[in-house]
Write a protein that binds this ligand. Sequence first.
Ligand code: FE2
Length: 641
Amino acid sequence: MKKYLFSISFLFLALNIISQTDLESFTRNNDARSTILEDLAPFYHGVASGDPTTEAVIIWTRVTIDNPADSIPVAWFMATDTSFSNIVQQGITHASNEKHYTVKVDVQNLDAGTTYYYAFQVDGINSIAGRTKTAANDADQLRFAVVSCSNYQHGFFNSYGRIAERNDLDAVIHLGDYIYEYGQDSTANRPVLLPEHEILELIDYRTRYSFYRMDEDLRNLHQQHPIICVWDDHEVANDSYFLGAENHNPMTEGNYIERKNKAKQAYFEWMPIRDNNTNSVYRAIEYGDLAEIIMIDTRHESRSQQVSSLDDSELGDSTRTLLGIAQKEWLLNTLDNSDSKWKIIGNQVIFTPLLEDELSAFSEAGALAIIADIWEGYPLERNSIIEHVNQNDIDNIIIMTGDIHNSFAMDIPNEPDSLAGYDPVTGANSAMVEVVTPSITSDNFGDILGIFANALVDIFEETHPHVKLIDVINHGYMVIDLNEDRAQSDWFYDPDRLTSNTTENFGQGWYTNDGTNHLQETDVPAEEKAIQEAPAPSVQPQIDLVGIESKELQNIGSLVFLSVFHNGYSQNCTLNFAVNEPQNIEILITDISGKVIAKKLNHLEAGLFSDQISLPNLGAGIYLVNIRGQYNSNTRKFMVK
Ligand SMILES: [Fe+2]
């Protein structure tokens, strides 16, 4: 084991390096595949959908118009065809400043297992159409893409693009790390990120989501598929637990719970997840007799703090938890009472037990932070779940996991500490299986360790017979295909995250047969689905105007004002805008009578910008921000209390 320690130490040293740069006045982004598309106006962030039930689905968009009222009427339409000749539901909702002009509608009274196309309309202009699908209640086959960990700066979202091109999915399951909170690393593969600093405030989290949704591959994924999502740590801060996070310093970054609440608010504004009173994300989505998707939150709901040593006596404390009492009870009840054949748990961190000798070696080598953060750092709670599954003879549980950036497929033996009775050849005495999706782009062990990463593979192959697959080289996603007889996970890999490309490779497949609770390998991906749904077209549909006021859009041009944020008190405000061709840009802040408060003139290249403007002490009242380009001008307001 010692021979591996050098490389493992190196790995974890590298993992702990987080580079940050100082905030500059102007930042811009010219990366390919991440830009404002004028044709999408005023729905520059595209459309999205999620949380399907057998009769409802959430649809989402964001409205960006000049000088918006506090509340903007937005019409929406749901049709059964791409040309919207058969509209089955429609209505009017409102985009408001309170929710950063994001819009969500929970469309009801739909048919189960049905593909729909939806669009929005503001001021007589239609959004692009999105494609979505309600949950089936009597399907013979279901298929989901499973993803996690899309660090923008680490590479292109090619796998999101490949998933968008698929016409065979019921939904995309996102296991978190959809965004990362870190500040910009100007040496990274995609060197520009907005905002440039680590995100702490509400406007920062909102700006980060807005920036991500300018990525064409991610925008296309949302346009083409409903998503069922949970967060992991980076939607707030690295290695978070209920009361804090490794990457949060209360001395310099303020109260953690306040930061978490701002992060959750932005998540619920920007993700097509069904709203609830508590901003909790654990929930179950039923697909009839065939599957139940059980999404859990091991991060922000109730997690106890990670231990600081594997010798810590706290490790044996039965009250240490990832789920919390209420969520654990809900999870076990859901498993007990599920009428579905396949019980798919959408989980964040690795669940499968690792063996004690290896744990000590990892810990000695400095890997404690990773071991302490996964279920291994909460062994009694993990073991009690395995015991419950055993005692109640619950079959066909598949745990799907993200977070770790590498691919794994594992049997979960009945006896987690000793593997007693587990037969790696027949799979006897395996209680459940776990499949782990690699990152879309975030650095994996191979990226960090290079050839030394093979040492990790060797360790697992030599010592962990229940770990069937470990791939530390590839990025990509999984597809899980379900039918009456078997559940198969196929891994698809991006050949090069460092370039924008359109190919993918099949990696491997692992399946579990009905009632067997262990994994077997296959060389071929699950057979293509017989019925493939028509994709949503890339151009806006023709839908007649509905009875809401129509006026000429002011902001279609070479300058788009995305948002202004002032918290009501501070001596600065943040402006987010996009410039589509090089030009002089003047920013003018005035009071309501026209008196100039602040002024700034810059020649800017094309790109996305996030600019913080310093302000003098301002009296209470309304203030106007005007951004003027060569061809058009946009105005927003903010209020000082
Ligand atoms: Fe991650």
